[in-house]
Design a protein. Structure first.
Length: 136
């Protein structure tokens, strides 16, 4: 059985503009995601996980970043060449990113140790006590 390639990243190089030049933050990233696979990028702080995914989703601020070279193909189409509507379709239906800081992803969520909880206000509770739910 042949695997269908959904995401293919080849030789991705990304630089950030800094005073006096560029800081080369990604240097030849390569990976492939096939249909049915789930991929998590894991590594030390500052190793390029977020920059890689922000580049894939094209949400890096263009004023301070430069995609120096590489190719990002999603379902056979080059993400780096997509227009606004096609890119929005990829972001809404194709590729998702879960940020390192879960509290920044959804308002009302806070981390307590290793368990995330939802604020009572957002869940329909009137206070911190269990079972005190309002019926709106």
């Amino acid at each position: 059985m042949t695997m269908e390639t959904l995401l293919d990243i080849q030789n991705l190089h990304v630089w950030y503009r800094v005073y006096g030049g560029y800081l080369k933050v990604l240097n030849g990233v390569n990976f492939t995601v096939n249909k049915g696979e789930r991929v998590g990028l894991v590594g030390e702080a500052g190793c390029g996980k977020t920059t890689t995914m922000k580049t894939v989703l094209r949400v890096l601020p263009y004023q301070v970043s430069k995609i120096a070279q590489g190719q990002i193909m999603f379902k056979g189409r080059d993400i780096l060449q997509m227009n606004g509507k096609a890119l929005q379709n990829v972001r809404s239906k194709g590729i998702a990113m879960i940020f390192q800081d879960p509290s920044s992803a959804q308002p009302g969520f806070h981390s307590r140790g290793t368990i995330a909880r939802r604020d009572p206000l957002f869940a329909g509770f009137t206070d911190q006590s269990p079972g005190k739910r309002t019926d709106h």
